[in-house]
Design a protein around this ligand. Structure first.
Ligand code: SAJ
Length: 443
């Protein structure tokens, strides 16, 4: 079976399947199609399937022109028909793995995909799970389903894990040139999974097991969460000592070795960093081990929005204004600069906390025209001179590059800058409360 599959991959005669056509699955599907494979993308959304087959891409990194060309060439087609899985020789699964409100893994989508594949699997099939998940998922959740279908993993079918490393909008690193870690249930699984990705990706990094590959991803993103937590704590330390944390970090970053720059902020957002470490924490809890770094970083990072609101209250206080009834303009609500993604954005917490104190909150974000939260729609206000000068405080939560921060400083009464976006600007009319202690605020 292994040699037959390797030959099909080598000759590009294999039919490749991708389950889940989002920001991970669609770019991956097209990389396979571009090297000559027939690719079938499976997604449960009929709307996405219809649009893709019409050549319309819903993913920012996939131009519709490229998609349309591959659809017309008969190299890529999308389907919502589960029975089409039967035609596939190799399947990569890239479905969401969100966390439930209780911070427990929500494996609904992975289980649905695994069950669909188990209903349609056949000897000679390779399955690779890409979704970020707790260590052990591939072996404990996926393998039994294949064996229940009467197939032996490593002989009849092949099973591996390969973490997705897609950073949407990254101008330098993309699906093709980002090294791809691959770990199989057996060496034969690792071999065929590596051959699958080697057909279209530049660098393959085989590892000895699925747990190893699952942990690689969790280490990568826990590393970020912990280091962001560290610099957020440095923000608190510097505020109490009246030191500018940004100056400390920039000077530390001149160390040419043994240091990596992270920057403090209003908290962490996105669908990776705030969530991925909790997959590891959850698994270790089942083994009666408390992953203290993960828990502490998460604790510090999630208390940052409240600290931002405290800085706003102190800034208003120095103008003898209560938060209650003050007009606050939140500048930038996406979870990081120059994107439109709101998932887990700390701006949502900042707005909620301010409104709990009865502030009158509006927002401006050039990338987010509107968003729904707690059941009601909010719309970005135009960044007019009136809007800027009418606000009792302007809070920079996300530092989009397209904003003229000198204009903000000139017109606003007070600016709370959580991203150091106003560093080095000429002091305008605003007093910048870039520290917890406004008496130490820069003029
Ligand atoms: N953040 C900070 N300080 C920092 C870095 C980030 O406060 O020094 C905040 C951001 O504002 C954001 C959150 O943390 O709210 C996450 O930022 P991120 O730069 O980690 O961006 P993400 O969530 O898009 O993370 C993705 C991840 N990619 C994958 O999981 C494949 C991550 O592993 C990448 O390292 C990251 O992109 C990247 O480097 O851009």
């Amino acid at each position: 079976m292994k040699n037959q599959l390797l030959a099909k991959l080598e000759s590009r005669k294999a039919c490749i399947g991708v389950v889940g056509l989002g920001y991970v699955g669609l770019p991956l599907a097209l990389e396979f199609a571009k090297v000559g494979f027939k690719v079938i993308g499976y997604d449960v959304s009929e709307r996405i399937v219809k649009n893709l087959n019409a050549g319309h891409s819903h993913i920012q990194d996939v131009p519709s022109s490229e998609l349309d060309e591959l659809v017309k060439a008969g190299k890529f087609e999308a389907t919502a028909d589960e029975s089409r899985l039967r035609e596939m020789d190799a399947i990569s699964i890239a479905v969401p793995t969100p966390l439930a409100k209780t911070r427990d893994p929500d494996m609904t989508y992975v289980i649905a995909a695994a069950d669909a594949i188990a209903r349609n699997c056949h000897p000679g099939l390779l399955i690779v799970l890409e979704s970020t998940t707790y260590p052990g998922t591939t072996r404990e959740l996926m393998q039994p389903k294949l064996e229940a279908a009467g197939l032996t993993v490593g002989e009849d079918v092949f099973l591996a894990f390969s973490p997705e490393r897609v950073d949407p909008g990254n101008p330098k690193w993309n699906t093709k040139n980002t090294p791809k870690v691959v770990g199989g249930i057996t060496p034969a699984c690792t071999e065929v999974a590596s051959a699958l990705y080697a057909s279209c990706l530049e660098q393959i990094v085989p590892v000895s097991s699925t747990e190893t590959a699952e942990l690689v991803k969790l280490l990568e993103n826990t590393f970020r969460s912990v280091n962001i937590g560290l610099v957020n704590e440095m923000q608190i330390v510097c505020d109490k000592l009246g030191v500018n944390v940004w100056e400390v970090i920039d000077a530390a970053a001149t160390k040419p070795f043994g240091f990596m720059k992270f920057t403090p902020g209003p908290g962490i957002g996105g669908h990776c960093i705030p969530l991925d470490p909790h997959y590891l924490a959850w698994k270790m809890r089942t083994l009666n081990y408390k992953t203290r770094f993960i828990d502490l970083a998460s604790e510090i990072n999630s208390e940052m929005p409240a600290l931002v609101v405290e800085r706003v209250a102190q800034a208003l206080n120095s103008d003898k204004k209560p938060v209650n009834g003050s007009r606050i303009l939140v500048l930038g609500v996406a979870y990081k600069r120059d994107i439109d993604d709101m998932r887990e954005s700390p701006a949502l917490d900042v707005i909620r906390l301010l409104e709990e104190q009865k502030a009158d909150v509006v927002y401006h974000d050039p990338h987010v025209a509107s968003f729904r939260e707690d059941g009601h729609e909010r719309h970005s206000v135009e960044l007019t001179d009136e809007e800027l000068s009418a606000a009792d405080a302007v809070v920079i939560v996300t530092d989009h590059s397209s904003i003229d921060y000198q204009r903000v400083v000139n017109l606003a009464k007070v600016v709370v800058d959580t991203r150091n976006a106003t560093a080095g600007l000429k002091p305008g009319g605003a007093r910048s409360a870039s520290r917890t202690r406004p008496d130490l605020a820069l003029a």
